[in-house]
Design a protein. Structure first.
Length: 383
């Protein structure tokens, strides 16, 4: 099967590399000639690097599987087209409608969108049953997780076919419902939001919180370091989009601290300044917090994260196994959140959520009905 890629930016290029190194012919389309040239040069460099490291036998042979085009009609023979252009619904819809007039009837049309509903993209074509979400993580060649998102229009069986293909591409696919943020960008929200809220309340400094999450919590990066790394233009916008898409549920309420960073142009590492200053050496994080205080910080974030995962399970967004796989493979959490809940005890997590609710009387801290049931009955998610 020939794989078509629409958009040769960071994601499109990465996905093309995954497909090509899995043996497919790949056709990359972009409407910007300069972007295509950059993609071509970048791809050749990446493939050569892989060969030098001994991870690829013949970079040139893989590069021969690529074709580049600045005309959408170049994708007419593809069996699967994955779109990775700008995150704008109207533009995506236009591209999908045009694509459908070019490709064969049985060509699968997929979007790599992070935040738009697949149903709304599928509505732009006649045969909407052929449309599905295939959400890769950045950088696509390195990150194993792929969220597969059938829309309500998607034909039965297509998600399974894409799952098999992703397994052939040596990815870790999970199946999720077409709801805002899918799994990872929904369940991970408290990691950022609750950290910022604790800082705003003066409960701890950003350094204290970052150090607690890495040293006591075992996370690879603390929330302030991580959002500076992701960029506040991306991270804040995802938070705001998820908040709006969930009809302003206070669980996802964004913060003014982060919004001001964005407004000031302090986008994080890439702009030299964010929560921390990167103009010279970058920050050296130190904290004198005692272990019990670190535990309190980590648990507050963890209770909310677990509550998100449990609520997603309760609403059948994904299976327990897929929810845990998504958070370990998509954002490198040290443990799956449901397994973590089993370890702590659902009754303990429930008591933590209820204590927060009693303190704030804010719906942000409402425990999931499923957490309440599991906590009360001392049940586990895995045997
Ligand atoms: N960057 C991430 O971390 C990430 C992760 C997962 C998913 N995504 C999603 O992937 C998509 C692409 O993101 P990105 O970071 O690769 O963006 P990017 O800005 O790096 O690349 C987008 C590319 O699309 C091209 N493009 C724009 N409009 C086009 C059109 N109408 N026709 C053809 N080409 C067009 C641009 O020239 C550019 O080369 C978005 O939907 C984004 O939400 C991004």
């Amino acid at each position: 099967m020939i794989i078509g890629i629409v958009g040769s930016g960071a994601m499109g290029n990465g996905i093309a590399q995954v497909a090509a190194t899995s043996g497919h012919q790949v056709i990359v389309y972009d409407n910007n000639a300069a972007a295509l040239e950059k993609a071509k040069a970048g791809t050749l460099m990446n493939l050569n690097k892989l060969q030098e490291k001994g991870k690829l036998a013949d970079a040139q042979a893989v590069f021969q599987q690529y074709r580049y085009t600045d005309e959408l009609s170049g994708l007419k023979d593809c069996g699967l087209v994955i779109e990775a252009i700008i995150e704008n619904l109207e533009i995506k819809k236009k591209v999908f409608a045009e694509l459908e007039s070019i490709v064969e009837d049985n060509c699968i049309l997929a979007s790599n969108t992070s935040s738009l509903s697949i149903a709304s993209i599928a509505a732009s074509v006649q045969k909407s049953e052929r449309v599905i979400g295939i959400h890769f993580f950045n950088p696509a060649p390195l990150m194993a997780l792929v969220e597969i998102i059938p829309a309500i229009q998607t034909r039965e069986g297509l998600a399974g076919e894409i799952r098999d293909l992703m397994l052939q591409w040596k990815k870790a696919p999970v199946l999720t419902k077409d709801t805002p943020g899918f799994i990872v960008n929904r369940v991970a929200r408290p990691f950022y939001g609750e950290a910022i809220k604790m800082m705003e309340e003066g409960l701890a400094t950003k350094e204290d919180i970052d150090v607690a999450l890495t040293s006591y919590g075992g996370f690879k990066m603390g929330p302030f370091t991580l959002t500076d790394y992701i960029g506040h233009d991306v991270n804040y916008v995802v938070t705001e989009t998820v908040f709006q898409s969930f009809f302003y549920d206070p669980r996802y309420r964004p913060s003014f601290s982060q919004k001001r960073l964005l407004e000031a142009g302090w986008l994080g590492r890439k702009s030299g300044k964010g929560f921390y200053n990167y103009e010279n050496e970058g920050p050296v994080l130190t904290s004198g917090l005692e272990e019990n205080k670190q535990k309190e910080i980590v648990e507050r974030i963890l209770f909310l994260l677990i509550n998100e995962a449990v609520e997603a399970l309760y609403l059948n967004i994904a299976t327990a196994a897929d929810l845990d796989l998504a958070m370990t493979k998509g954002v490198n959490y040290p443990k799956g959140l449901l397994a973590w809940c089993d370890e702590l005890g659902a009754d303990y997590v429930l008591a933590g959520m209820d204590a927060l609710y009693n303190k704030y009387h804010d719906d942000r801290y409402r425990a999931s009905a499923m957490l309440r049931k599991y906590g009360t009955e001392k049940k586990k998610f895995f045997n």
